[in-house]
Design a protein around this ligand. Sequence first.
Ligand SMILES: *Cc1c(COP(=O)(O)O)cnc(C)c1O
Length: 385
Amino acid sequence: MSWQQRINAALNERREKGQFRQRRVNQQGDARTLQVEGRQYLNFSANDYLGLSHDPRIISAWQKGAKRYGVGAGGSGHVTGYSAVHQAFEQQLAEWLGYPRALLFISGFAANQAIIAAMLGKDERIFADKLAHASLLEAAALSPATLRRFSHNKPDSLAKLLSAPAEGGEKLVVTEGVFSMDGDSAPLAELHQLTRLHGGWLMVDDAHGVGTTGEQGRGSCWQQQVKPELLVVTFGKAFGLSGAAVLCSDETADYLLQFARHLIYSTAMPPAQVCALQASLSCIQQGDEQRELLQRNIARFRQGAEQLGLAISPSATAIQPLIVGEENRALQMAEALRQRGCWVTAIRPPTVPPGTARLRITLSAAHQQEDIARLLEGLDDANRQ
Ligand SMILES: *Cc1c(COP(=O)(O)O)cnc(C)c1O
């Protein structure tokens, strides 16, 4: 097969399975609305849970930061890209989350790849929740370490795998705080206890928990009073920006600075963005009101969905999936919702396990009461079709 044939065959297979992915151009939008092909929709697909992506305080911090530090870092943090504002923000994050150190990465995907690659060698083992994010599972699969996947949120399943005989080597257990496609939370205390019992380390990716849960928005680990050895937080969700950080011990941070190639061979985050992230952090710390609004929207939505008899998954977070099973059904329902002015994304395999295609509904503090009512009406109609 030539390259061209191989590419065509792969595309055809995706099309035949109804799994062909296409991007839609969002012409203008925020946490509440978006505009596609000239039409306005209510946005129930964003991860902008607190509505910070368009916050004027953060926009202004970005602009001021750009004037002062420039728009680009100009190099890797190991060369000249690490500025006073990077250092200050790392310290703020570490203090806020109660760790000795924080290191910034340009994205959550890069952070997970970098950390797993740097931490694990041959003859070591990585144990990941079956539903962990693609960035974690892919990094684990690429690693020379042995990957074992435990049943979703099942400490018993992890315990069995951890007890399997093996010839030494370090063990890393990997999970999410709040699962991105299901909205459920991991039993972090049990997982950490088990991990420690077997002499391993726990890595928690709290992309969807930080900002929205825990005192001052400190996330799932804070809420469950668990301090994993490695905590990853990302800034593309509740922070409303992009980027990520790992929270860890002094020695682990120094180790990652030696061996995490995504830090060494990649341009540092733009300093103007770091200034915006500082403003976003301060919004999150003072964001009890937004978190309350979000909780109110979640409660409203769940109550309404229950009254309508919709089989919404049990989730207490901003991610409220309606699992419909069949892929075409999910697409049809998403289309029916669009016709009613609600933008909800159908999530299909391979992003989620086969037979669990779903509408991934996400709520934000930016949604108003009537937005939730409109979503519920749309869902009810789509469900009857
Ligand atoms: C979104 C997400 C990531 C990727 O983060 P980016 O900063 O968008 O690259 C990693 N892990 C989880 C659980 C996520 O939901």
